[in-house]
Design a protein around this ligand. Sequence first.
Ligand code: SAM
Length: 273
Amino acid sequence: MTRGTAPQADPEWFRRYYGDDYMDSVRQLLGGERSEREADFLLRVTGLRQGARVADLGCGEGRHALALAGKGLRVTAVDLSPSFLERGRAEALRRGLQVDWVLGDMRTPCPGPYDLVALLFETFGYFSDEENLGLLQAWRKELGPGGRLIIDVWNRERILADFVPQAEWTASSGLAVQEERRWDGETGRLFVRYRYRRREGPVREYDASFRLYGREEVAALLGQARFALDDVFGDLQGAPWRPDSPRLVALAAGNCGGLRGLSSLLETSSNPT
Ligand SMILES: C[S@@+](CC[C@H](N)C(=O)[O-])C[C@H]1O[C@@H](n2cnc3c(N)ncnc32)[C@H](O)[C@@H]1O
């Protein structure tokens, strides 16, 4: 099934797309209150306490990283964008918070062990199927005992049930946004051409390609990466998932805890301090 006509994107499209235009188009949507609420949900659903270690992959300007650090968690926040990280760092300084900001590609994991690895607000599905799976496998090895993974993505069932090939809207920053969307059922990817324009300025165009996993497919993918699916929600507040939910939020346990988890267990048992 193919709908719409937006063209294919460069496989590394996310390097160019996630910049100031993207951030200006969503910043108002993702204010501090929402981020705090989402961080509260993460703590509630995982039972994590102060001092627990979280890796926030594709952290953007660190809205979740900052909210979690403010609640006493030890956060490693990874992103490809130096300017997003710089803004996160400045905000952490302003609030007196400690976050470990890492400029890097999420396909290369940062050494754990972590109690939670989080991929929030459509930060999963950018790469080839093999690389998406590889990313999960690699980060699972960095989980400590009892460590978990949370993935928050668009709900594919809802997007396809009510497919919108074109959309236009204006962000509250005044940025005009046009989207042209094409769904490719063979690859399970949504291709989007974004056009951004500020007042009378030039139009800037970006192509993006998101691998959308349905509910059953996410469960299978997590199983392949040796995670055990704990729960599926329909948003980041804990509503039950339904085919028309806005989001698909999968919470999974890292099964055997991964190699690093195992080594940290051994370290703890030989050194009880
Ligand atoms: C959709 S935004 C989500 C930002 C943030 N998680 C939030 O909730 O607002 C995706 C983020 O992932 C980052 N990103 C994209 N590809 C990446 C990669 N390969 N490695 C690390 N970060 C990446 C982008 O720079 C962007 O900040």
